[in-house]
Design a binder for this molecule. Structure first.
Ligand SMILES: [Zn+2]
Length: 84
């Protein structure tokens, strides 16, 4: 797999929702409930224009990488157990 999940930085919740709404996040969480999707949708719209453009920008979509298959592979082989 060529995903970047293995190199993702370790982040620490700050107590404030990271979507930008200014609300408090649930203890130990980055977001108020459901606001992770709010943030995700906003960034995809702002940076890519839409989900299809987002997929293609990362090599996914018809004729490209398969997000569903790669996610299954990641979930079955999480980075933390891939030490060699
Ligand atoms: Zn929020």
């Amino acid at each position: 797999m060529t995903g970047k999940a293995e190199q993702a930085p370790r982040l620490i919740p700050t107590g404030e929702c990271w979507c930008g709404c200014g609300r408090q996040a649930t203890l130990g969480s980055f977001f108020a409930q459901g606001h992770d999707k709010v943030a995700e949708s906003a960034i995809i719209k702002l940076e890519y224009g839409g989900v299809p453009q987002f997929l293609v920008a990362h090599g996914f979509g018809p004729g490209g990488r398969n997000a569903k298959w790669e996610l299954r592979e990641l979930l079955e082989n999480p980075p933390s157990v891939r030490r060699s």
